[in-house]
Design a binder for this molecule. Sequence first.
Ligand code: NAD
Length: 420
Amino acid sequence: MDTGKTYEVKNLSHASQGRNNMELAELNMGALLEVRKRFEKEKPLKGIRVGLALHVTKETGVLVRTLIAGGADVAITGCNPLSTQDDVAAALADEGVKIWAYKGETTEDYYRYITNVIETQPNITIDDGCDLVSEIHKNHPDLISNIICGCEETTTGIIRLRAMEKDSALKYPMIAVNDNKTKHLVDNYYGTGQSTVDGILRATNMLYSGKTFVVFGYGSCGKGVAQRAKGLGSNVVVTEVDSFRALQAAYDGFRVMKTADAVKIGDVFCTVTGNKHAISLDMMKEMKHGAILANSGHFDIELDLKSLNEAASAHKQVRPFMAEYTLNGKKIFVLGDGRLINLAAGEGHPSEVMSTSFCGQALSCEYGVKNQGQMPIKVIQIPEEIDDEIAALQLTAMGIEIDEMTAEQVEYLNSWQEGT
Ligand SMILES: NC(=O)c1ccc[n+]([C@@H]2O[C@H](COP(=O)([O-])OP(=O)(O)OC[C@H]3O[C@@H](n4cnc5c(N)ncnc54)[C@H](O)[C@@H]3O)[C@@H](O)[C@H]2O)c1
């Protein structure tokens, strides 16, 4: 481990590889680069300390550079023990960013690093999963008066924040970046879809064609995973607890069934529910010899691995990110310790989708500063015009032009008098 006053990363000598990866990411993050260009001129975050707990990937590196271009003083750690890209962490440390993160963090280091970020006394928090906000509220409430707002990246984080709001425990305004169209309908769907299928492939090198692939949860992420697995030739089965989502899956052409039935026929199982024990030990016992289990939901709670570890008669790591368990004489395989497989075994979302997600983060920080003291202490969203501006920026970066309505069309859509 390389340690300095403002960093702790695996190996500083990997910084040049991290810089190369960030440069590659920037090629496909045109919208965020446009925001950065404006930030460089206007410095909307001048004097603002931003504390982040985000997956430390090359795309996050591009966000960090954008916030710094806007005048922010940035401190960052990871938001999952297995998702840090060590070369990117090294590059950021080398650029002078305060950073504490490595891939494979112990739980103790994970929380020690969050505390390091908190001790920089951020004015804005950026979180992916709500651990930073939750630690501040639980252990550092004295710092809350300095905090303008927080920005949350993922569905699970929003669920936790809404629970805090309901309990009257939330003490500063939170911007639900996940709820932007340009986030959950892009990143969760296209991003998680492709990168989850990729993570499972990198861990196993299996053939998707002909496999029965069971997706647990048909939300934004589940829809993307199901489509991509189908595209590679799998027979996709969906399980749900929500009638409407189950109906959508059925109308999208997937077989929808009860988990009790799906576990008997599946070859590969992937959870994206954000819910605890979507796959229980009893379900695992019903699975076929050779079944593969993965999770791409935020926390490692979707597969009941504690019970599996207790019940299995043998357990060994057969290759990186692939563990074999012997359960009732059958072998089943768990990928990436049940942590989000796209970041554990893969590199997370492609840069293109993170461009719009992270425009949401950067512009939410700017919105927070502009509206300091005027936002309610609730989970809120940025105005839709900003969300639309993000989509327009990415389209421009991709060289795509669209039409504008004529004056007659604008008038028609704003009137009610004209019928058949
Ligand atoms: N891997 C990644 O990079 C990544 C990216 C974005 C979001 N996420 C995480 O993925 C998870 C899902 O996100 P989302 O945006 O799709 O959420 P969502 O709320 O849109 O969808 C979750 C779906 O799971 C269903 N569900 C809940 N419990 C279930 C159960 N026991 N069995 C079957 N279905 C169940 C819900 O009814 C819902 O339709 C969250 O934890 C989110 O934070 C991960």
